[in-house]
Design a binder for this molecule. Structure first.
Ligand code: CAO
Length: 553
């Protein structure tokens, strides 16, 4: 192995350029043409490629240094055999690139002649190439301005289909003339993009000036470079909120070199969401890695929701500017509840159906049980009646006793009826579960719900006592309120909110009667349950609670 210098190649006319990113470190193995570092002139940024395959031994420049053609930027040990053996151990992608370059060389003769060759330059109108089967795709970014000097393959515009963003690269090196499209325009193959003055080097009419990145000049209809959106984004699923999430600023340009763009494409990372830590907020490879790592961490911790909707995180102001504040850590329970609520709220299309149940007779009956309850040591509240009524409604309308498995496209139907009860405790909301509610009597349900509520308040619930519910009741009736919209406790598909009963005038066909009316709020997952069934469910509840004899049937 022999050590060789890595020198700055021809910079396509630029004199002195600034090193803005060092892509490799000593010890890294590289292939010929792999990017070593990125430099930036006032016109464009370019990656300096490795002169051969081998191992980097030293990088002698740092970010911010100015370099020019011929400067040594590092040293490398060339690997035995070099890299000119195109058929050897080259990575598949490299071999493909070389093959493509060869094909392009071969097809040079069949290329259409340039429109005009006068005084070393010619005018070209750049057209939209084939767009991976898409047409009418909107322009989301124009990457160049009139008068810019660009290299072949520099991105001209970025378009976005519902599946991917694609950069349309320049087929030529040269100077940008009139831009013929605007942001928002819809483009299809063959549409005119912009005019260019193309430099012709060394008297060879056909050849555009060599791109500084020393890539072979591309044919006149270059492939658009697509940047696939993460799958879920295309499906409009919600976005995780986390420390490194940076909401895209509408219209903001992404500053990143081709190697960084390639890395982001490979990892499925959307550059528009990544904050650049390089000079001039340029995104460097470390930023992409850090972003992907943080997204994975969130997914593994379950702290995120499904990715991709672009829902921005809530930015907090500095509250101390408004007055004194104190920060304290969230309890694990509060954090878990917050995440569960958010996950359900963002994943489940919620609808709430309201109904009033006439519980005048039920309350008379319940109050009449006071003495019996004292003997038994059990307090009969409205909750056991609600449990029993919900169990009957779940049996009558089994479409409420399901969970959706969207991944497997299956509905999970349950043959048991376990109901959760939301309990307000000093340390947060807990939901113990009463099993086989349909098989239990009112006293049993009263005793069990009181016991579980007490255990919840005493932090004595076992995990198994909080699992397996088909449906949840959340009763705020003992506290107050006329109605509310509870959040479905996923993967259940419905939840009954109960507010405070109140005397109301009810028309009996002849006159108004004072009746004790119980407000019911049934929130449901509209993917699993339709509105008519929800109205049926609350009607069944209202009938059962209105005439509790029917609970026995
Ligand atoms: N309307 C009017 N009064 C009601 C009522 C209603 N809908 N529901 C209960 N009451 C009465 C009870 O009869 C009782 O009155 P008496 O003492 O005069 O008999 C009083 O309110 C207190 O009842 P309770 O709340 O102790 O008992 P419960 O069985 O009705 O409820 C439980 C038990 C665990 C559901 C309740 O204590 C609780 O924690 N509720 C809060 C649930 C919650 O926080 N939900 C929100 C979740 S989403 O943020």
């Amino acid at each position: 192995m022999s050590e060789q210098e890595i020198k700055v190649p021809d910079l396509g006319g630029a004199d002195e350029v600034e090193v803005i990113e060092i892509i490799v470190s000593a010890g890294d193995s590289v292939e010929e043409e792999d990017p070593i570092l990125t430099v930036e002139s006032d016109k464009a940024s370019v990656e300096l490629p490795s002169p051969g395959a081998g191992k980097i031994t030293k990088i002698t420049v740092k970010v911010g240094d100015k370099v020019k053609e011929g400067d040594v930027v590092g040293m490398m040990e060339a690997s035995a055999g070099g890299s000119d053996d195109a058929g050897s151990d080259e990575p598949e992608e490299k071999a493909e690139e070389k093959e493509e370059a060869k094909q392009e060389e071969k097809s040079e003769e069949s290329k259409p002649a340039p429109k005009k060759a006068s005084g070393g330059s010619r005018k070209e109108t750049v057209k939209v190439p084939a767009l991976d089967g898409f047409d009418n795709v909107p322009v989301i970014e124009i990457n160049v301005a009139e008068g810019d000097t660009i290299e072949a393959d520099d991105p001209l515009v970025t378009v976005e289909s519902d599946k991917a963003t694609m950069e349309i690269p320049s087929p030529y090196a040269g100077k940008v003339g009139k831009i013929l499209v605007s942001e928002g325009d819809k483009l299809s193959e063959g549409d005119e993009l912009l005019e260019m003055t193309v430099q012709e080097g060394g008297g060879e009419e056909e050849e555009a000036s060599a791109p500084a990145s020393e890539e072979p000049a591309k044919e006149e209809k270059p492939e658009p470079r697509s940047e696939e959106k993460p799958k879920q984004e295309a499906e409009s699923a919600p976005e995780p909120q986390g420390a490194t999430y940076e909401p895209p600023t509408p219209g903001a340009k992404v500053h990143a070199g081709p190697a960084v763009r390639k890395l982001a494409r490979e990892l499925g990372a959307d550059l528009a969401r990544i904050k650049g830590s390089g000079p001039k907020s340029r995104i460097i490879k470390d930023d992409v890695h850090a972003y992907v790592k943080s997204q994975l961490k969130q997914a593994q911790q379950g702290t995120g929701v499904a990715t991709g909707s672009g829902i921005p995180g809530v930015k907090l102001p500095d509250f101390s500017q408004f007055g004194e504040v104190k920060r304290e850590a969230m309890s694990r329970m509060m954090f878990a509840t917050a995440n569960n609520m958010q996950r359900s709220w963002l994943n489940v299309p919620h609808v709430t159906q309201f109904e009033d149940a006439d519980i005048t007779d039920m309350e008379d009956f319940r109050k009449a049980q006071k003495a019996a309850g004292e003997k038994k040591g059990v307090k009969m509240t409205p909750l056991p009646f609600l449990l029993k009524a919900c169990a009957t409604a779940l049996a009558e309308l089994p479409q409420f006793n399901v969970s959706l498995d969207m991944e497997r496209k299956e509905v999970v139907r349950k043959s048991y009826i376990h109901i959760g009860i939301a309990v307000d405790t000093p340390h947060g909301l807990m939901v113990p579960v009463i099993r086989d509610v349909d098989k239990k009597g009112l006293w049993e349900l009263a005793a069990e719900s009181a016991e579980l509520a007490q255990k919840a308040r005493d932090k004595q619930l076992k995990p198994a006592e909080m699992q397996g519910a088909c449906f949840t009741i959340t009763s705020l009736g003992g506290i107050g309120g006329t109605a509310f919209t509870p959040i479905v406790n996923t993967p259940e598909v419905a939840i009954l909110g109960v507010s405070k009963a109140a005397m109301k005038p009810v028309w009996d066909g002849k006159e108004f009667q004072p009746r004790l009316m119980l407000p019911l709020s049934l929130s449901y997952d509209h993917r699993a349950v339709n509105g008519a069934d929800a109205a049926r469910f609350t009607t069944v509840l209202s009938q059962l609670l209105g005439d509790i004899r029917t609970l026995l049937l």
